[in-house]
Design a protein around this ligand. Structure first.
Ligand SMILES: [Zn+2]
Length: 118
């Protein structure tokens, strides 16, 4: 499996190469290929930035896990997990750094069930 850091480096290298090709095309007054290469630069730059955010999130989760293993009680990351961000807080990942444990979820459901029964 390819690591996100490798994708980040590949996208960055591709963006730099396309930038050099774009400059070369502009020097030869080939404006249409330069525009097409510019679109490629934008796409690869966005990919590199996305992978950078992914790598940064993995590093933060690792540091959070290390601190938990040492017995510390670190504050949850923001967002607590990537699934929470994608589901607008309706669901949480198994690697959630918040206090959304399964036991609390079951207790919440039981409390709601008890509240609905007469
Ligand atoms: Zn979460």
């Amino acid at each position: 499996m390819t690591s996100p850091r490798r994708y980040q480096h590949a996208a960055t290298a591709g963006a730099v190469l396309l930038a050099a090709a774009t400059i070369g095309a502009l020097c030869h007054r080939q404006y249409v290929p330069a525009c097409a290469l510019s679109v490629g630069i934008l796409i690869l730059t966005e990919a590199a930035l996305r992978e950078h955010r992914h790598v940064r999130r993995i590093e933060l989760e690792c540091e959070w896990g290390r601190r938990r293993a040492r017995g510390e009680n670190p504050a949850p990351l923001n967002p607590c997990c990537l699934l929470a961000r994608a589901s607008h807080g309706q669901a949480h990942d198994r690697k959630c750094t918040g206090d959304h444990s399964l036991a609390k979820f079951i207790a919440q459901i039981e409390a709601e069930h008890r509240g609905n029964t007469p």
